[in-house]
Design a protein around this ligand. Structure first.
Ligand SMILES: *[C@@H]1O[C@H](CO)[C@@H](O)[C@H](O)[C@H]1NC(C)=O
Ligand SMILES: *[C@@H]1O[C@H](CO)[C@@H](O)[C@H](O)[C@H]1NC(C)=O
Ligand SMILES: *[C@@H]1O[C@H](CO)[C@@H](O)[C@H](O)[C@H]1NC(C)=O
Ligand SMILES: *[C@@H]1O[C@H](CO)[C@@H](O)[C@H](O)[C@H]1NC(C)=O
Ligand SMILES: *[C@@H]1O[C@H](CO)[C@@H](O)[C@H](O)[C@H]1NC(C)=O
Ligand SMILES: *[C@@H]1O[C@H](CO)[C@@H](O)[C@H](O)[C@H]1NC(C)=O
Length: 532
């Protein structure tokens, strides 16, 4: 980035939006973690195995409804350092992001690795179609997205389980649910995919682990911000609400000088449309989702609240410092620390405006169909199947996000991205209710499916732990709630930070043991040439 700034300043304006798409919707997704070494040996034989970051490719069907269209390369990582014949095969789908680096989920720093260690399992970490390197077609056009559906992703699981020859001794003996117990894992959207797959393909997976699983598609998903509002510091919440309320009043006032002054406070003087201003200012609230229990004070969220609440080394009481201080402090933190990195390093206010403008439909952020663009591929799923429009709360509820950010704001962006598929908002293109009907939503009756959730997870209201869920859970479909954030229970470090998270993790470890079917086989003694 430093190099770009120094030598190519004239290119920056066109680059910024390619780097930071203007469609600011708080992310979903599992956490990436650091593990020091890719080196690994088999636990009992001691044989040195290929490094954990070795990439494998599976020949996956492009279209499960029309196998004659051929196959594409679906990327995966694989680890069998804990495996003994008869052990389970743990399959985790990475979902709505590039799978680069997710080999760490093969290690015992994560729940997949820990369960493999406990039950002599092997772990597969699979990249989702249309993310990262795993592309059925060479672009992300609407035409290609014909096969970008939840059902195709579910069918990918089936075809993989039944046809893969895993790169380990005896790896051709475990394909299919009749050969080995396969267990499906996922956090966030892949958590939902875990539930959906088990509902849609009974018997394929012996058990499932669904973390922060957003099983219930919800169109107007303002409740995304409710767990944040309920769990954030009181002073920060009070001040954020004061600024948001003031902002909405100013932006709907038609008072152009007042609006201009407000925009300048945040370095947004050249941003034309009020809804973009509202979204740009509000989006910092989405940084809550990056939190983990182990995250220190360095995170954007805590920096932001500290900026608002700490004044002359004094900390505000539960009511905050009030609007005047909060407005200045938010603006200052936003301008000096937050805005430029969000816009790919841009510093000129015109470049920043270009980066945040969602009304300019010629922006490459909408039109660029080059592969490996997780934002675009995820947008397709939300525009066609999920909704999850993360907007301000209804008028009769407190809100920590602008009410100018609403369903219409997001739906307009679906049209920007995919004009060939959608004409103009408001349009009825949302298939959310159908998703819930097809795959069960909250009402899934699948057994041996674990739902793990965190009280502080902003996605909680779309999971079975939502306040108004219709799903009671059962002995064979345990609903476990810890005090973590998004997908916290997938990380062993989070259990070390929180007894409640540790408890839900250990419950699954023990419970899965009682469910484990018995498969027998010979212990691994040879390496079949797979070691280096
Ligand atoms: C399109 O996206 C690709 C991949 O992210 C990028 O390399 C390319 O520069 C982008 N093109 C434009 C015109 O923004
Ligand atoms: C795996 O990790 C090692 C060590 O960090 C690195 O040298 C190597 O390039 C990586 N391989 C792949 C395929 O990423
Ligand atoms: C993971 O495995 C290593 C090596 O076997 C061991 O030293 C370490 O304690 C384990 N970590 C966890 C979190 O279980
Ligand atoms: C006030 O804000 C500070 C700084 O973010 C935080 O440490 C503290 O817990 C907050 N106190 C209350 C009562 O909300
Ligand atoms: C601002 O202008 C719009 C459109 O002319 C009008 O509907 C709205 O009531 C005005 N708002 C205020 C606060 O005057
Ligand atoms: C789920 O169950 C509830 C209560 O029984 C029912 O009202 C709702 O329509 C069901 N949802 C779906 C998607 O079937």
């Amino acid at each position: 980035m430093a190099f770009l700034n120094l030598f190519l300043p004239f290119l920056l304006a066109s680059l910024v939006c390619a780097i930071a798409p203007p469609a600011f919707r708080p992310k979903s997704g599992m956490h990436k973690i650091n593990v020091d070494s890719v080196e690994v040996s088999h636990r009992t034989s001691g044989a040195k195995l290929l490094p954990l970051n070795t990439t494998y490719y599976f020949d996956q069907l492009i279209d499960h409804d029309n196998p004659s269209l051929g196959t594409f390369k679906q990327r995966y990582y694989f680890g069998y350092h804990y495996y003994e014949p008869g052990g389970p095969i743990l399959l985790m789908n990475v979902g709505e992001q590039n799978a680069d680096g997710f080999w760490t989920y093969l290690t015992n720093e994560t729940i997949t690795g820990k369960l493999a260690a406990e039950y002599n399992g092997a772990v597969v970490v699979l990249e989702h179609r249309f993310f990262g390197e795993s592309n059925p077609y060479p672009d992300l056009s609407v035409k290609s997205f014909r096969v970008h559906t939840i059902q195709q992703a579910i069918d990918d699981h089936e075809y993989f389980v039944k046809n893969v020859r895993l790169p380990m001794p005896g790896g051709d003996q475990v394909s299919g649910p009749d050969k080995a117990p396969w267990v499906l894992f996922g956090g966030s959207y892949p958590g939902a995919l875990t539930s959906y797959t088990m509902q849609n393909k009974p018997g394929l997976f012996y058990a499932g682990y669904a973390s922060s699983a957003v099983v219930q598609a919800i169109a107007d998903y303002w409740r995304y911000y409710e767990p944040i509002r309920q769990n954030m510091a009181k002073n920060c919440s009070a001040d954020v609400q004061a600024v948001i309320s003031y902002m909405d009043q100013v932006l709907t006032s038609n008072d152009s000088s007042k609006i201009q002054a407000f925009k300048a406070t945040f370095g947004l003087e050249d941003l034309t449309h009020n809804d973009d201003v509202a979204s740009a200012v509000s989006q910092i609230i989405g940084s809550w989702q990056e939190l983990t229990l182990t995250a220190g004070a360095g995170s954007t969220w805590f920096q932001f609240c500290d900026a608002l609440e700490v004044k002359d080394v004094k900390v505000a009481g539960p009511n905050g410092w009030g609007l005047e201080n909060a407005l200045a402090a938010w603006g200052s933190y936003y301008k000096t620390t937050y805005l430029s990195p969000t816009c790919g390093g841009a510093t000129d206010s015109k470049d920043i405006a270009a980066c945040l403008d969602t009304h300019d439909t010629s922006n490459p952020a909408w039109t660029n169909t080059t592969v490996n663009n997780a934002g675009r591929s995820w947008e397709w799923l939300v525009c066609t199947q999920f909704g999850f429009w993360q907007g301000g709360a209804p008028e009769d509820q407190p809100t920590i996000v602008s009410r100018l950010v609403n369903t219409a704001y997001y739906q307009r962006q679906c049209v920007n991205y995919f004009p060939e598929a959608f004409s103009s908002p408001p349009v009825v293109f949302l298939d959310a209710l159908n998703v819930n009907k097809l795959y069960g939503g909250w009402n899934t009756t699948t057994e041996r499916l674990f739902f793990l959730n965190g009280i502080r997870d902003p996605w909680r209201e779309a999971t079975v732990a939502a306040d108004d869920t219709t799903s009671p859970g059962s002995d064979l479909q345990p609903h476990l709630l810890g005090d973590g954030y998004h997908c916290s229970d997938m990380l062993i470090s989070e259990g070390i930070s929180s007894p409640a998270v540790l408890k839900v993790q250990n419950t699954v470890v023990e419970y899965l043991g009682t469910m484990q079917p018995q498969y027998t086989g010979d212990p691994v003694t040879t390496n079949d040439g797979l070691v280096s």
